[in-house]
Design a protein around this ligand. Structure first.
Ligand code: SAM
Length: 295
C-alpha cells in the first residue's frame, strides 16, 4: 500500500499577479504535517514537516527555506560574492531572517563584523527555535549585529560602509517591494566600500524572465558590473538567477584557482554546493539568459 501524503501546491504566478491569479505552472512537495501556523507582526508564518526537505518554512504562503535544501540558495548567494572579494571584513545582510545567509557569511574568517537588518523579529526568533540547522549559532556569534528594522531605512540612514552587501528578501511584494528599485540600488552603491560587492537574487529566470530582466536592467544602470549568474534551487521550483554587482569587480572573471585559494585561506571546507569550478560555471550563462540580460 503506497504511503499517503498531503500535497501543497505552489503557484509561482501568484506572487506577481495579485489575488486573481492565472497560474502558468505549479510545483509542489508532499508534507507529513503542518507543525506551526501563525502570524508575526508583518506576515503569516508556517512550518511544515516534509519527507523530502525536512522542516520547511513559508512566509505569506511562499516557500523561504528548508532544512535539507537550504544550501542550494545560501551557498550560492554568499560564497560567490564573498569569494569574489579579496578581503571581505564588513558585511551587511538585508532581510535574511532565517539566518542561513548569516551563518554562511560567518564561515569566512576574514569577516570581522556582520550586520543583519531584518524587519521581522518574529522570523528570527522562529528560526532560532525551529530551524537551528539553517541558522546554527549565527545569531549569537560575537561578530553579528542584529538590527530589527526596515532595510531600506537602514541603508539610507547608516553612516557605515561595507565590503559586501547581500540582499536576502522576500519576493518584490509586501514589505520588500521598495528594495528592488533603482533608487534603492543607488543607496546601496553609496554605502559600499571601494571595491565593494552587492549580491542578490534576481528571480526565477526560467519562469519569470521579464521580472528578472527588469531587476537586472536597474542594476546595470547603477553598477559598472552587474554580472548575472544562475543556479538550480529545488525549493523555488527551478533555475534561479542572481547578480553580483560592483564598480570594480567582475565576479565572472575570478578564476577557479583563486576561489579555491580564498576558500582554503579562510578555513572554509565541507561546502555542499560551492567550489572554484562551480563559481566559474554559474557565471557561464546559457544562451537564452545571455540574450535576456543583454536586452
Ligand atoms: N531566501 C528567501 C527568498 O529568496 O525568498 C528569503 C528568505 S528571508 C526569510 C526573507 C526575509 O526578508 C524575511 O524574513 C522578511 O521579513 C525580510 N524582509 C522583507 N522586507 C524587508 C525589509 N523591508 N527590510 C528588512 N527585511 C525585510
Amino acid at each position: 500500500m503506497p504511503k499517503e501524503y498531503t500535497y501543497e501546491y505552489h503557484a509561482t504566478g501568484a506572487f506577481m499577479e495579485g489575488p486573481k491569479v492565472s497560474v502558468d505552472y505549479v510545483y509542489g512537495f508532499s508534507y507529513n504535517k503542518l507543525l506551526y501556523s501563525g502570524r508575526t507582526e508583518y506576515q503569516t508564518i508556517e512550518l511544515y514537516e516534509t519527507p523530502l526537505f525536512g522542516k520547511l518554512l513559508k512566509l505569506d504562503g511562499n516557500f523561504q527555506t528548508s532544512e535539507k535544501d537550504e544550501f542550494f540558495y545560501h551557498e550560492m548567494q554568499v560564497h560567490t560574492a564573498l569569494c569574489a572579494h579579496p578581503k571581505p571584513e564588513k558585511v551587511l545582510i538585508i532581510g535574511g531572517g532565517d539566518g542561513g545567509i548569516l551563518r554562511n557569511v560567518l564561515r569566512h574568517k576574514t569577516v570581522k563584523k556582520a550586520v543583519m537588518v531584518e524587519i521581522d523579529k518574529g522570523v528570527v526568533e522562529f528560526s532560532m527555535k525551529y530551524l537551528k540547522s539553517v541558522c546554527g549559532n549565527a545569531f549569537t556569534d560575537r561578530r553579528t549585529q542584529l538590527v530589527i528594522g526596515d532595510g531600506k531605512r537602514f541603508v539610507e540612514e547608516t553612516s557605515e560602509k561595507f565590503d559586501v552587501i547581500i540582499s536576502d528578501l522576500t519576493d518584490p511584494i509586501g514589505p520588500s517591494k521598495a528594495l528592488y528599485t533603482k533608487e534603492f540600488y543607488q543607496s546601496i552603491n553609496k554605502i559600499l566600500n571601494k571595491g565593494g560587492v552587492f549580491q542578490l537574487h534576481i528571480e526565477m529566470c526560467g519562469t519569470r524572465p521579464q521580472i528578472s530582466r527588469d531587476i537586472h536592467r536597474r542594476l546595470k544602470s547603477v553598477f559598472k558590473y552587474a554580472t548575472p549568474s544562475s543556479s538550480y534551487v529545488p525549493l523555488y521550483g527551478g533555475l534561479m538567477a542572481f547578480a553580483t554587482n560592483s564598480q570594480t569587480i567582475d565576479a565572472s572573471r575570478v578564476k577557479a584557482a583563486v576561489i579555491e585559494q580564498r576558500l582554503k585561506a579562510r578555513g572554509i571546507k565541507d561546502l555542499k554546493l560551492y567550489n572554484g569550478k562551480f563559481h566559474e560555471g554559474v557565471y557561464a550563462l546559457p544562451n537564452f539568459l545571455r540574450a535576456l540580460y543583454s536586452k
